[in-house]
Write a protein that binds this ligand. Structure first.
Ligand SMILES: *Cc1c(COP(=O)(O)O)cnc(C)c1O
Length: 452
């Protein structure tokens, strides 16, 4: 997301500023209010911030990660063909997620490209995509020289609205690519039944949804293939990294083969020699696999902690007028909370613009961001569909209609104007830290007129 990197940088500055704040806290006079800063003026107006302490820095790691890292480093076996670590990780991740098989990849982006390729998404095809996502979801479809066709977002769940999918299906449609954005599971029962009725593949972008649950299964195991990211900001990080997961042996053999230069792999390709299919190099390194294995034990514990804190925030924030926490989609049982989202209705804050609300919240010591914007107008779509290749693959009428349809995503447009998000690492703090968040928003609400 365009704002994500900016905000992340801002967030780091904020975190280090927080350390300074901790030192200053001892000099702050004691106020009548039992909660620091709440009774004062808004921090944006020079008052005492609700919170001066920083937040957990990300990523985190344990000393136990160092010995196996050194061992692999000194062995010189950094490539998966020379070692065993990637294969070990694949087995462990399959166990964690409840998938039959896993192929480790260089990134979430390369996992998605692999999944699209093996499910037959080809030049001139169309893929139905959620517009509310990290830009990689758009890019991977363009990478296949296919068209990402957006079905509008359900504002309450932040995920693709299944009721808007069918009208987008035509004879070129090959797959549906739902995104479990922020770790919130998409409505997979509806999506799968639409896909079955129209003979479409379903590829889950679970790049923010490690250990999120839908019914009694985990996100990533509900469609034909699921894709994960282990990029530095993600819950199970290794700098870069990704995985495709699935239960279909033929598809998973194809994934392995594609990610390994098209060399034959598995039973479904036995008897084949040389390079019988096209491929690429999207392999994970042994060092990435070692870092990931050192992260996995903690992942479950962290997920429980985030859930506990998120449910507490839900219960308190929904009492504040104009603050509407996300709703889980039908059938979803648990979010992964890559980000904690809610909608901000400025009407309840006397018209205080969201930007001003975000600035006020930051000033109170609560890092936050507006989440994803209307990225379909950022330029990449126009750049793609005005290219020589796309003009060859799609008729002028189709491209014109496609361009026009970008202006008919009213729910997504509104959501991008109202969303507010908190970062996952904040949810790893304690109950009293959640109270800082709640108190800061209450304080802004109570002082909304002053902040206008
Ligand atoms: C992070 C992410 C990706 C891409 O993963 P990388 O590992 O950064 O390539 C794709 N989709 C979503 C929703 C993501 O958050």
């Amino acid at each position: 997301m365009k704002t994500k990197h900016l905000s992340r940088r801002k967030f780091i500055i904020n975190t280090s500023a927080g350390t300074v704040g901790t030192m200053l806290a001892s000099q702050i006079p004691v106020f009548a209010s039992p909660v620091r800063g709440v009774a004062s003026e808004p921090a944006l107006k020079g008052g005492i911030p609700v919170r001066t302490k920083g937040w957990l820095k990300w990523p985190v790691w344990s000393d136990e990660a160092e010995t196996p890292m050194l061992k692999v480093l000194r062995s010189g076996n950094w490539y998966r063909g020379d070692g065993t670590k990637c294969s070990e990780f694949e087995k462990k991740y399959a166990g964690l997620i409840g998938a039959k098989r896993v192929v480790a990849t260089a990134s979430g982006t390369t996992a998605l490209i692999t999944a699209l390729h093996v499910t037959g998404v080809d030049a001139g095809d169309e893929v139905i995509v959620s517009p509310y996502t990290f830009i990689a979801t758009y890019n991977v479809v363009f990478n296949q020289k296919a068209l990402p066709v957006f079905a509008d977002t359900d504002q309450e769940t932040f995920t693709i609205n299944p009721a808007k999918i069918e009208e987008k299906i035509n004879e070129r449609t090959r797959a549906i690519l739902p995104v479990h954005i922020y770790g919130l599971p998409a409505d997979m029962n509806h999506i799968n039944s639409i896909a079955r009725a129209h003979d479409l593949a379903v590829i889950e972008d679970a790049c923010q949804a490690w250990l999120a649950e839908y019914g009694d299964k985990m996100c990533g195991t509900l469609g034909d293939l699921g894709c994960f990211s282990f990029q530095a900001s993600k819950h199970i990080p290794s700098g870069e990294g990704g995985a495709v997961v699935g239960d279909n042996d033929m598809l998973m053999d194809r994934c392995f083969s594609y990610h390994n230069c098209g060399r034959p792999f598995g039973e479904s390709m036995s008897g084949l020699h040389g390079y019988p299919v096209r491929g690429s190099n999207k392999r994970m390194t042994e060092l990435q696999a070692v870092i990931l294995m050192s992260q996995m034990e903690r992942a479950r514990r962290d997920a429980d902690k985030r859930l506990e804190n998120a449910l507490y925030l839900d219960s308190k924030l929904k009492e504040i007028p104009g603050i509407i926490p996300y709703r889980l989609s039908e059938g979803a049982t648990r979010s992964a909370y890559h980000l904690y989202p809610f909608r901000y209705k400025k009407e309840h804050f006397d018209g205080l613009p969201r930007e001003r609300f975000l600035d006020a919240l930051e000033a109170e010591g609560i890092p936050c961001s507006e989440g994803y914007g209307k990225q379909y107008f950022d330029g990449l779509i126009e750049e793609a569909i005005s290219s020589r290749g796309y003009k060859r693959l799609f008729s002028e009428q189709r491209l014109n209609r496609y361009r026009e349809e970008l202006h008919h995503l009213p729910d997504n447009d509104q959501l991008t104007g109202e969303a507010v998000i908190f970062y996952q690492n904040m949810l790893l703090a304690e109950r009293q830290d959640m109270d800082d968040i709640i108190n800061a928003i209450r304080k802004i609400y109570e002082n909304r007129k002053q902040l206008l």
